[in-house]
Design a protein around this ligand. Structure first.
Ligand code: HEM
Length: 535
């Protein structure tokens, strides 16, 4: 999770070569929805004398089978100490913005792998120097835990104070080589398994409340903010489904989303643009840390809620050899940071992309979803959702075109060589690798029409093969989280809830319209019309 995503998503068309990925036949005539409005011309990643290998489906985490690539010194530098990182921070947040920051450097260095400083830099991060990976071929090295260490770098070149998490280093900050990683991840799998039967009914009830409230707001004001309603629905849904507890019936009441919001912002404010006056903001949140005491009371309220609501999970934690206290802090983090934070970004983004795609796609989805539900006795079931190939493809396309967690990191465990499409680069032990996922999953050497939202991209056998290049979960979509990797423990849960959102939406409405604005996390979506189901 990082800085704002806005209306536009400038492209990184570094390559002038055609992709060899499958041609798509759009199902119906739909206007192309593109992620790019950049005026910058396409730039070649190679000098003409370098060999050009065209990769359609490069093996992930493996040496490529093609011709040996030329070894190239990693281009780019970090500038003068202190001055370089501060100047780069200004470019990243204000002068250029995140996408242009990476794109302009890739253009300058004619490479999708280069050196740069990554914010926040001084005084929050000790060392802001990273090796940036922008293409879909080099990026997956970040999933290879035999090559990269994932210790204390969940948020990047700095780590928020553990005072914000009860003094514990939480699972997301642990490398799989640490003994607690497997135990805690096992606990997360237990949590997800034990809540399995509640997910679909609780999603239906929480998101029906969301649609009711959107309709009421729309009737009263002519428009309705999706974000706030989604925060309420997501928090209620997570509490009710994962723990079987309705927050409204506890001391927490309806305060959950607000408390979580403040606690998350304190942790990741060094990476955000909140919209305060520029110099004040840069000093206040990018140069110094906000003190944890600001959210101490809020966090205690969350802790009390989870400690009393998660009794069977805490019992299991003790059986696994984890104290109730450590487990509780981890449950708060997984539920409020990983899950709630993820849904806060993914859901508005999905509504944005599907909304922009227009009524043609809406009609197709409504037809497919309603017919599958009808033939399953009027119920939304897993089996019914398997009969909705377009819906499934649309969800994967949302996760591809705008991965909810954009920034990923890994520290080289030893010297090794990484490869972009065009060159090989030597990485030294201890160097920090950083991948900007939105560019990796819009790599034009892997995906055709990479900048466009193509709803049926993942249909059929050939479409499914491309799922290995969908990387939102910190791993390929074709692989699964395990106790020894760092892939999102909630991968299947997330895909399921995103599918449920689309299904609930098009069971209830024929079409909808939106306006999109900026927000520090994800898109700010305002619903301007909801056309109730007529067939
Ligand atoms: C839309 C929702 C979600 C998104 C976008 C998301 C995304 C991610 C990503 C990108 C990572 C890897 C971070 C890194 O190391 O670079 C991750 C890790 C993790 N996620 Fe999720 N996640 C979501 C929901 C969930 C849910 C529902 C759970 C479980 C309740 C969960 C539990 C975890 C855990 C425990 C890890 C750390 C895994 C490990 O250390 O091996 N996440 N998530």
């Amino acid at each position: 999770m990082a800085t704002s995503s806005s209306l536009t998503f400038p492209s990184l068309n570094l390559h002038q070569f055609p992709s060899t990925s499958r041609r798509h036949k759009p199902l119906l005539l739909r206007p192309a929805v593109t992620a790019s409005v950049s005026e910058r011309p396409s730039i070649p990643a190679t000098t003409p004398s370098q060999p050009r290998t065209v990769v359609s489906s490069p093996p992930l985490q493996q040496e490529p089978a093609g011709p040996k690539l030329p070894l190239r010194k990693i281009p780019g530098d970090y500038g003068l100490p202190l001055i370089g990182p501060i100047k780069d921070r200004q470019d990243y947040f204000y002068n250029q913005g995140r996408d242009e920051y990476f794109k302009s450097r890739a253009f300058k260095h004619r490479s999708t792998v280069f050196r740069a400083n990554l914010p926040p830099g001084p005084t929050i991060a000790r060392d802001p120097r990273v090796i940036v990976l922008l293409d879909g071929k080099s990026f997956p090295v970040l999933f290879d835990v035999s090559k990269v260490e994932k210790k204390d770098l969940f948020t990047g070149t700095f780590m928020p104070s553990t005072e914000l998490t009860g003094g514990y280093r939480i699972l997301s900050y642990l490398d799989p080589s640490e003994p607690n990683h497997a135990k805690l991840k096992q606990l997360m799998f237990f949590l997800l398994k034990s809540s399995r039967d509640r997910v679909m009914p609780e999603f239906h009830s929480s998101y029906s409340e969301l649609f009711d409230s959107l309709e009421a707001e729309l009737a009263a004001k002519g428009k309705a903010a999706f974000g706030e309603a989604n925060d309420r629905a997501a928090f209620n849904f997570l509490a009710r489904s994962l723990y079987g507890v309705d927050p409204a019936k506890t001391k927490l009441g309806s305060d959950g989303p607000k408390l979580v919001g403040k606690w998350v912002v304190i942790q990741i404010s060094p990476l955000l643009v909140l919209g305060l006056p520029r110099h004040l903001e840069d000093l206040l949140i990018h140069t110094f840390r906000l003190p944890p005491f600001l959210v101490k009371k809020d966090y205690q309220r969350l802790y009390d809620f989870f400690y009393t609501s998660a009794v069977p999970i805490l019992d299991e934690a003790e059986r696994l050899g984890i104290s109730r206290e450590e487990a509780c802090h981890n449950l708060i983090f997984a539920t409020c940071f990983n899950s709630f934070g993820g849904m806060k970004i993914l859901f508005p983004n999905a509504v944005k992309w599907i909304g922009r795609a227009g009524v043609g796609l809406h009609t197709e989805l409504a037809r497919e979803i309603r017919s599958a539900v009808r033939s399953n006795g009027g119920k939304i079931t897993m089996a019914a959702m398997e009969q909705m190939p377009l819906m499934k493809s649309v969800v994967y396309e949302c996760l591809r075109i705008e991965p909810p967690v954009a920034l990923q990191y890994g520290k080289a465990k030893h010297d090794f060589v990484i490869e972009s499409h065009d060159s090989a680069f030597e990485v030294k032990e201890g160097e920090m690798l950083f991948g900007y996922q939105p560019f990796a999953t819009k790599d034009p050497r892997i995906f055709e029409r990479a900048e466009e939202f193509v709803p049926d991209r993942f249909l059929g056998e050939e479409g499914e093969k491309m799922l290995r290049h969908v990387l939102w979960s910190n791993g390929p979509e074709s692989e699964n989280p395990t106790l020894s990797n760092k892939q999102c423990a909630g991968k299947d849960f997330v895909v399921l809830v995103a599918r449920l959102l689309v299904v609930e939406l098009f069971l209830r409405y024929d079409a909808f319209e939106i306006e999109v604005g900026k927000s520090p996390l994800g898109a700010s979506v305002t619903v301007t019309s909801l056309r109730k189901a007529t067939f």
